[in-house]
Design a protein around this ligand. Sequence first.
Ligand SMILES: Cc1cc2nc3c(=O)[nH]c(=O)nc-3n(C[C@H](O)[C@H](O)[C@H](O)COP(=O)(O)O)c2cc1C
Length: 372
Amino acid sequence: MSLLFSPFTFGPITIPNRVVVAPMCQYSANDGCASDWHLAHLMQLGTSGAGLVVVEATAVERRGRISHGDLGLYSDDNEAALGRVLGAARRVAGPTTRFGIQIGHAGRKASTQAPWDGGGPLKGHEDPWPVVAPSALPFDDHYPVPATLDAAGLEHIVAAFAETARRAARIGFDVVEVHAAHGYLLHQFLSPLSNHRDDAFGGTADNRRRFPLQVLQAVRTALPATVALGIRISATDWVDGGLTVADSAAFVAAAREAGADYVCVSSGGLVPHVRIPTAPGYQVPFAAEIRATTGMATRAVGLIAAADQAEAILTAGHADMIALARAFLDDPRWAWHAADRLGATLERAPQYQRAAAALWPGAKLSRPQDFV
Ligand SMILES: Cc1cc2nc3c(=O)[nH]c(=O)nc-3n(C[C@H](O)[C@H](O)[C@H](O)COP(=O)(O)O)c2cc1C
């Protein structure tokens, strides 16, 4: 009996299996509006068999976009465009598939190029915009110096998160995930490396957590009780003087109090030039520690690509759900093949049933060694 393919409940939501498509920016939106690329991408992932598909980092305000191509949910046009895409993805997805959306603000890492254009800060002729952050500390030497957010600026962003959450609920998302990882605005508040404030939002760990927790509370209040609230964190900054896993566990405990139903444990992204010892499942120990200390429903992520590996993480009690990003870009049928491998049953669309391994001997020839 596979744990990966057993249902899991967090907050008001039950997902049919613990396979989650991680949020992945597509840099293909137009002033925040989802495009035909999103339609194809999310309809495909909707039929993947994953229990939960989380839509990419979606900006709560225009200047909070990482790049010109970021998805946003700050206007009626954005809401209509994403509503069209979500509606179509739902119509082709299995009836128990759940859809989430990650909402965030890039802070000092806003106004950058798409990765395939270099990924650096936008140049003068590329229509850059002014960026904001907890403190006037740029991400790197050649990045713009952010304006320090004042009290009115903070209130404005809390309200933008709440408004985006309301829009997400209105178009029918089951889950809203607040992005507090990868060096974006909320992470910038949490880490002493990027937050040098001397007011109630900086200094002590409690003060640095205050703004992200206010955002979480506002989002929880804005959402109907039927929508689950998650949070994604970077458990460590991977540098001396930065956030540690113990700091992150304390934040997750407070986030739980503020109404979060799960945490996805990632790492890094706050400062450049950091050496991260990546290896299969390298972030799983952080998830395990946070799950053990806080009791929060926990999602592991990061270089998890094999079915057996995912199953073993759950069996060991290191996490409750597994998110995969690149594995799903490479193979949108990852979940079907993993289910075959683990001897689990996974409903697939009737149109595609004849490709099931049990019905088609060619499956053994066409799949990676791990799955046969
Ligand atoms: C194309 C791409 C876009 C990504 N965009 C996001 C994003 O929008 N939000 C986020 O939290 N992480 C983002 N990530 C990170 C992934 O969600 C994931 O944490 C990371 O890729 C590690 O998982 P993997 O080894 O399964 O790919 C992105 C990763 C990729 C490859």
